[in-house]
Design a protein around this ligand. Structure first.
Ligand code: PGA
Length: 253
């Protein structure tokens, strides 16, 4: 059975004190059986937040990374650096990064590099409102999956990849996808994985939903057959609202 993953993407928010407080607040909870809880603070706070959650089962993620090992890449962060700071996961292909010019090909390179360094990639996919209205949702997502996952094989760690379905129109807008809308796309993603990589792998991979998830809507979203967790932005920035989502997940774990 797939576990439920609740992941907080802090984006470019918090200051050091707040980041530490969020980390230490979360460090006090007992992560429920059958669940994983992951925090993705801004890069400079990975280390201090990591210190706050040391000895707990909370997981740490980078919000992005560069596909190169090292070198002349001003402002960038490598997979090895994320590992050094205690990250086990990395978010890749977030729509906010795609909007700044990241192509699916580049995201595919990052994904392969993350796996090579033993980081679990969380590959974000999702359509814009225009694409949804033009009935292009599945096509857009299949293209993002195809280029993001490329020719990876099981041996290269494909079975450790996590997919986050994040409709762009639902991110930070308060306009959450209905559980049916989210489930329909999550089901299509799983069908795509089964067709291209086999049923066993498709059954194993966690598919998250992201986009205005909060305490009030989490249970219905998380109870969908093909949704195995949430990637949460706004509601992960306050301890209480993030805990509410974890509690909703616990009812299903
Ligand atoms: P949101 O962001 O929860 O604030 O909509 C989700 C995300 O971008 O991962």
């Amino acid at each position: 059975m797939r576990s439920i993953l609740i992941a907080g993407n802090w984006k470019m928010n918090t200051h050091l004190k707040e980041a530490r407080a969020l980390g230490s607040g979360l460090a006090k909870i007992q992560v429920p059986q059958g669940m994983e809880v992951l925090l993705a603070p801004p890069f400079p706070y990975l280390y201090p937040v990591g210190e706050e959650i040391k000895g707990t089962s909370l997981l740490l993620a980078g919000q992005n990374m560069n596909p190169a090992d090292e070198g002349a890449q001003t402002g960038e962060v490598s997979a090895g650096m994320l590992k050094d700071l205690g990250a086990s996961h990395v978010i890749l292909g977030h729509s906010e990064c795609r909007a700044r010019g990241e192509s699916s090909e580049l995201i595919g390179e990052k994904l392969a590099q993350a796996l090579k360094h033993d980081l679990v990639p969380i590959l974000c996919v999702g359509e814009s409102l225009e694409e949804r209205q033009a009935d292009q949702t599945i096509q857009v997502i299949e293209d993002q999956l195809k280029l993001g996952l490329g020719d990876l094989t099981h041996a290269q760690g494909l079975d450790r990849v996590i997919i986050a379905y994040e409709p762009i129109w639902a991110i930070g807008t308060g306009q959450v996808a209905s559980p049916q809308e989210a489930e329909e796309v999550a089901r299509d993603i799983r069908a795509y994985l089964a067709k291209n990589y086999g049923q066993d792998l498709a059954e194993k991979i966690q598919i998250l939903y992201g986009g205005s998830m909060k305490g009030e809507n989490a249970y219905e979203l998380l109870s969908q057959d093909n949704i195995d967790g949430g990637l949460i932005g706004g509601a992960s920035l306050k301890l209480e609202s993030f805990l509410e989502i974890i509690e909703e997940g616990e009812k299903l774990a």
